[in-house]
Ligand binder design. Structure first.
Ligand code: NAD
Length: 301
């Protein structure tokens, strides 16, 4: 039987993910607070609901792709004034949260789900907006193996790599480690490219050299921060779309919280967090995180 999927949160990532499910022939009932985000998804065959609750009506699976812990907790667990959506879901519903949030929030959601007979998975993703559009995301999943087996056919419509990281919250733990590394790599790669420019090197030539040398990494391969080097990267469109600086800052904050709680030294993660905070303070929070290179580049030629 065809499954009905509620999809809540249709931003830079959720939009293309929901579109891939609709294109695969699944019934998608979608909702976002932003009407423009809804309209983009409606063009590709998803039904737009006028509330999260309406989207979840009759759904076997509920997927969320929201900015941060507070949005996910607010939606599913309520905010003191209103009850959360979780309480309205029938037992047996599968809830897959793909947002990047605190492991503790994911565990709280899983525990609340268990009390109501709702299966909950944390399934944060990596791969950027290009991965979301291309259906090539990596999913890192926390929860039970049985629930993951149930989710797998749906996740495979949106992603290529699927990992069971461990129990509830483990997907988020894996994600915050990965994104701390990504935040550091973006700063380090930006430094190297800026230094090269100061030395008179063409950034495209330097990127080509480093990509196949010992400095090679994902930023050089898929996400070059220098405008004009890579047509598919946010740098080529004024750092619009992509992965917002404030979202990276949130993820580095999650990594630092986890590091403090586990007494793990993360000196470069801490430094990266401060650099993105300064970049955000300077008014760049809404720009893609690769715009951090602007903090390091010599200006005025
Ligand atoms: P985004 O800001 O583009 O989209 C978030 C959407 O959620 C917005 O459209 C907003 O209107 C909507 N929203 C917020 N609260 C809502 C609510 N209560 N009900 C319905 N809709 C609501 O963010 P994004 O880039 O799509 O990222 C989403 C999540 O995925 C974040 O946790 C982010 O850290 C993570 N992530 C992003 C990327 C990326 O490259 N952009 C990659 C991997 C993971």
């Amino acid at each position: 039987s065809t499954q009905t999927i509620a999809f809540i949160g249709l931003g830079n990532m959720g939009g293309p993910m929901a579109i891939n499910l609709a294109r695969a022939g699944l019934t998608v009932q979608a909702f976002d607070l932003d009407a423009a985000a809804c309209a983009r998804v409606a063009e590709h065959g998803a039904r737009i609901a006028d509330s999260a609750r309406a989207a979840a009506e009759g759904a076997d699976v509920v997927i969320s792709m929201l900015p941060a812990s507070r949005h996910v907790e607010g939606l599913f667990l309520g905010n003191g004034h209103e009850p959360g959506l979780l309480a309205a879901l029938p037992a047996g519903t599968l809830l897959i949260d793909c947002s990047t949030i605190a492991p503790a929030s994911a565990q709280k959601l899983a525990a609340a789900g268990q009390a109501g007979g709702i299966a909950v998975l944390d399934a944060p993703v990596s791969g950027g907006t290009a991965g979301a559009a291309g259906g090539t995301l990596t999913f890192m999943v926390g929860g039970t193996a049985d629930d993951l087996a149930r989710a797998e056919p749906i996740l495979r419509r949106m992603g290529q790599n699927l990992f069971h990281a461990g129990g509830a919250g483990a997907g988020q733990s894996a994600k915050l480690c990965n994104n701390m590394l990504l935040g550091i790599l973006m700063v380090g790669t930006s430094e190297a490219l800026s230094l090269g420019q100061s030395l008179g090197l063409d950034p495209a030539v330097l990127a080509g050299i480093m990509k196949v040398s010992s400095g090679g990494n994902w930023v050089l391969e898929k996400y070059n921060p220098v405008p004009g080097v890579m047509e598919t990267a946010p740098a080529a469109r004024g750092y619009s779309g992509g992965f917002g600086t404030d979202l990276m800052l949130k993820d580095l904050g999650l990594a630092l919280e986890a590091a403090i709680a586990s007494r793990s030294p993360v000196p470069l993660g801490g430094l990266a967090e401060s650099l993105y905070a300064a970049h955000s303070r300077a008014g760049n929070g809404g720009l893609d995180f690769s715009s951090i290179i602007g903090l390091l580049q010599a200006r005025g030629g």
